[in-house]
Write a protein that binds this ligand. Structure first.
Ligand code: PLP
Length: 401
């Protein structure tokens, strides 16, 4: 497979996600294996010196050196770009690899960046600590208020970083409104779409330039790999790739293969996770031991209307508060049997975390208050188990609170 060929001439135009995840990458290869082959090779040989020169001079070549690209990367990137509706995609060794590489590729000293008050912790760290070290100014704004972004824009604003829905209260950012502010000013908008997945939300359709994911979560879907992806235009991907090969956040061919395997069932998993999560959120709202439930799919979510506008489904992340404070919440989490007490999210198994316990090691109580993390918060990542079993597990644990 020197050349990636469209061997069956499948026209992807108009195909649904369920079909794309199975067939979009067929176009990339004339391999005879039905399952994708894993190219476990760090380097690739040229036929002669002329071909070598051509390989060396081709950006994003999929068979030159694996840090630059790999045939399995190319296949999984094709599926991811189709799902997000972008021209292309670039896989990385982790979600943070995707986020850090994107930001470092696109901003320079003297630029200004706008970020949200609520970001994934390591993203917040890039904003609060890393960028200022390199002479990039960052303004953090309340993401539920689109006008806060407008007010923060300066003549040197280069990039706006978004993430929606976001921890810990599943706050939603109005992607279309922010993209509309940014477009006429040439500001690049990046959105972390990890919590929603492209099945529920397509930021690029709403005007976002770069969509990033921790593919460790829903895209991989089985809690077995660490991976990331950047979905964007050919032009921006070229610029980001140029930085990517220097940063070196490379996805191993095996993990790229597992990601591709995971993607085959993404639409089915998300369909089940959406329905499980909505049912569970409604069920939790009825329980006397539960103080409050935060889920964009509930009418009680302050941004439910916005969520309905920009999301097709509301995803599998639920936050809720247990009556009785820190100790009661610890008892609840310990009593759960089916739902494993583990960080991460988005896989086939339901995971639960007592948010305050997770942050206690790295944040002071004051910082937790500013970040809006009360002592009695639970974050629940809904899996694909049967809803009746999940409800029963939660019910027995609530009785022990
Ligand atoms: C997990 C996560 C990340 C980081 O991804 P890794 O794959 O762990 O590097 C970034 N953003 C969000 C929203 C996440 O959940």
């Amino acid at each position: 497979m020197n050349k990636l060929t469209d061997h069956k001439g499948i026209n992807l135009e108009g195909l649904q996600n369920e079909t794309l995840v199975v067939h979009a990458d067929d176009r990339m290869t004339d391999e005879r294996t039905l399952a994708p082959a894993i190219y476990y090779s760090a380097t690739f040989r040229a036929e002669d010196a002329t071909e070598f020169a051509e390989m060396a001079g081709t950006p994003r070549h999929s068979q030159y050196y694996t840090r630059y690209g790999n045939p399995v990367h190319a296949r999984v990137q094709k599926v991811l770009a189709e799902l997000e509706g972008t021209e292309t995609a670039l896989v990385t060794g982790s979600g943070m690899g995707a986020i850090a590489t994107t930001i470092l590729a696109l901003v320079s000293a003297g630029d200004h960046v706008i970020a949200q008050t609520r970001h994934y912790m390591s993203t917040a760290k890039i904003m609060d600590e890393m960028l200022p070290r390199f002479g990039v100014e960052v303004t953090v704004v309340e993401q539920s208020d689109a006008s806060a972004f407008a007010e923060a824009i300066r003549p040197n604003t280069k990039l706006i970083m978004l993430e929606t829905p976001a921890n810990p209260t599943m706050v939603v950012t109005d992607l279309a409104a922010v993209a509309e502010l940014a477009r006429p000013r040439g500001i690049i908008v990046v959105a972390d779409n990890t919590f929603a997945s492209p099945i529920n939300q397509r930021p690029h359709d709403l005007g976002v330039d770069v969509v990033v994911h921790s593919a460790t979560k829903y895209l991989g879907g089985h809690h077995d790999i660490t991976a990331g992806v950047i979905c964007t235009s050919e032009e921006l991907a070229g610029r980001i790739w140029d930085t990517h090969i220097s940063i070196g956040s490379v996805l191993s061919p095996m993990d790229a293969w597992l990601l591709l395997r995971g993607l085959r069932t993404l639409p089915m998993r998300i369909e089940r996770i959406n329905s499980n999560a909505l049912a569970l959120a409604q069920f939790l709202e009825e329980q006397p031991q539960v103080e409050r439930v935060y889920y964009p799919g509930l009418a009680s979510h302050p941004q439910h209307e916005l969520a309905k506008r920009q999301m097709k489904g509301f995803g599998g992340m639920i936050a809720f508060a247990i009556k009785g404070g820190y100790d009661a919440t610890q008892r609840f989490v310990s009593a759960l049997k089916l739902s494993q007490n583990a960080v991460s999210l988005g896989g086939v198994d339901s995971l639960v975390v007592h948010t305050a316990a997770m942050w206690a090691g790295v944040m002071s109580e004051e910082q937790m208050q500013t970040a809006g993390i009360p002592a009695n918060f639970v974050r629940y990542s809904v899996g694909i188990e049967h809803i009746d079993d999940l409800k029963a597990d939660i019910l027995q644990a609530l009785q022990l609170v």
